[in-house]
Ligand binder design. Structure first.
Ligand SMILES: Nc1ncnc2c1ncn2[C@@H]1O[C@H](COP(=O)(O)OP(=O)(O)OP(=O)(O)O)[C@@H](O)[C@H]1O
Ligand SMILES: [Mg+2]
Length: 487
């Protein structure tokens, strides 16, 4: 017995869990509830007119039986009937009094010896729907023990009108049992319809949506697992579209994550290299310091540049390590002349070349730029080195820098007369690690230059590129120090 009770309790808990999981709060549960409510609502709306119709038919039926009961009485007078026969006729027709109007004379055909008190009236010839609905509700509510005077049209031209006094109690009982039947039927229809609608929606809509949601959740748990990317079904509707879009998004996201991992690994490697490079550079710095005290004239002119370059390299590695991330530190801006920076870039860029390339810094030597000197040098060097690399081995190859101040910005154009940027490299020009560039290049130079310029609120753009050469434009706006904080 105890185990039976335990099994029952377990079963109830399972049912409760199932309902909780599938109905409460879920889309399917709400659908089921809404369908049931709407079906019941429409049935209530249908119920009132049909109850009124039923009420009308009951009253009309009574009038018809009353008319049959008095058919033969045209020949005899009411008073000539025995009270017993009169009572039987009235009881059979379920009325208390019958009168008929014919040829403009109303005649009382049949009545109880003491006619009852009348509590209400209804004329079936004139009653409209609202009145019938109201009368049927009133009858169900308060019809017990009342007597109603009902008028209607007699059948088969039997006169102008027929009138009867009818007990409402049996009419009311009939109406109530009719309503009970309708109620049971409504509930059954509501349940069946809801289940059908629910099943249809569940299979057409809810289940596929659950599949999409499940795939999202599973993918979120392990986005690197390609098995968890949704396989779109062949549906052509909105759910099919959602599946395809989700599959595309998941694939893209997975690739992006892979690339991010790749970049993170690269970042760690770079950090390690920088760390040890600093130590190596430190010993180079020591050696170069010693070199500067040499008496050899060539060494004497080259040594300061060597010292400066090594210092710069040390600063760069230290800064990057300090920030510990791939982003550049914010520029430390200062107003300074552009020419020394451009000269420095020229020496550095040409030093790596084969000595055949010319370089011309063609701008006003007094032109001032408001920026971080180190970062400006790196911008010019990265763009300038590309130009030198493109010109190597070409007779008459030259790089030209022109620059001027325009509307609060310094605009620097760096151009060369090489063959232009290859079409493949053009497609991903400023993207880091783009592989379509020069063999042996890492594809970082232009990305770094643009990032540094944008850090100044400016930009690097490709001005033109073709068989006549290539030109990049660097824009460095001045720092704006007005009160609204715009930069
Ligand atoms: N002035 C130019 N003339 C011709 N091609 C150019 C010029 N500037 C850039 N390019 C092309 O654009 C590509 C991308 O340049 P970017 O400086 O971003 O990378 P990279 O030079 O390949 O590598 P890195 O500079 O990191 O060593 C180059 O490989 C080259 O093919
Ligand atoms: Mg480069």
């Amino acid at each position: 017995m105890l185990s039976l009770i335990a099994a029952m309790v377990g079963l109830l808990q399972n049912i409760r869990d199932f309902l909780h999981r599938h109905l409460a709060g879920s889309l399917s549960g709400r659908l089921l509830l809404l369908t049931t409510v709407f079906v019941l609502l429409s049935e209530v709306l249908i119920y009132f007119p049909s109850a009124a119709r039923y009420y009308h038919d009951l009253l009309a039926g009574r009038l018809a039986s009353a008319q049959i009961a008095v058919l033969a009485l045209d020949e005899v007078r009411d008073t000539e009937l025995s009270p017993r026969l009169r009572g039987e006729l009235l009881a059979n027709a379920e009325v208390r009094l019958v009168a008929l109007k014919r040829n403009n004379t109303r005649r009382l055909y049949l009545a109880e010896s003491a006619p009852p008190e009348v509590n209400g009236e209804i004329d079936l010839r004139k009653a409209l729907w609202p009145e019938l609905i109201w009368a049927s509700l009133d009858c169900m509510w308060a019809g017990e023990g009342r007597v109603l005077r009902v008028q209607g049209t007699p059948r088969l031209g039997g006169g102008d009108f027929i009138e009867a006094l009818i007990d409402e109690t049996p009419i009311r009982e009939d109406l109530l049992s009719y309503s009970a039947r309708i109620l049971v039927l409504s509930i059954l229809i509501a349940i069946v319809t809801s289940l059908l609608v629910f099943a249809a929606l569940f299979f057409l809509f809810v289940r596929p949506m659950q599949r999409v949601t499940r795939s999202m959740v599973r993918f979120q748990e392990r986005p690197d697992d390609a098995q968890r990317i949704i396989v779109p079904s062949l549906r052509a509707d909105e759910i099919g579209q959602a599946e395809s879009v989700l599959a595309a998004m998941q694939t893209e996201l997975r690739q992006a994550l892979q690339q991010r991992e790749h970049l993170a690994a690269l970042g760690t490697a770079v950090a390690k290299i920088q760390h040890d490079l600093r130590n190596i550079l430190a010993s180079a710095q020591l050696a170069s310091d010693r070199l500067s005290s040499s008496n050899d004239p060539t060494v004497k002119t080259l040594a300061p540049r060597l010292v400066q370059s090594i210092d710069r390299a040390i600063a760069l590695t230290t800064n990057t390590l300090k920030y510990g991330r791939a982003q550049e530190p914010p520029p430390r801006r200062r107003r300074q002349t552009l020419l020394p920076i451009a000269d420095e870039a020229m020496h550095a860029a040409l030093a790596a070349g084969d000595g055949t390339v010319g370089w011309n810094n063609a701008f006003d030597p007094a032109l001032e730029v408001d920026g971080d000197g180190e970062q400006l040098l790196r911008i010019l060097l990265n763009i300038g080195r590309n130009a030198v690399q493109a010109l190597e081995g070409r007779a008459g190859g030259a790089v030209t820098i022109s620059a001027e101040r325009r509307d609060g910005s310094v605009v620097i154009d760096l151009s060369d007369n090489g063959e232009g940027i290859p079409a493949e490299a053009l497609k991903h020009l400023f993207e880091p690690f783009a592989r379509q560039g020069r063999a042996g290049g890492t594809g970082l130079g232009l990305a770094i230059a643009r990032e540094l310029a944008r850090g100044h609120g400016g930009d690097v753009v490709l001005l033109r590129s073709g068989p006549d050469g290539t030109a990049f434009r660097i824009t460095i706006p001045d720092t704006v120090t007005d009160t609204d904080g715009a930069k």
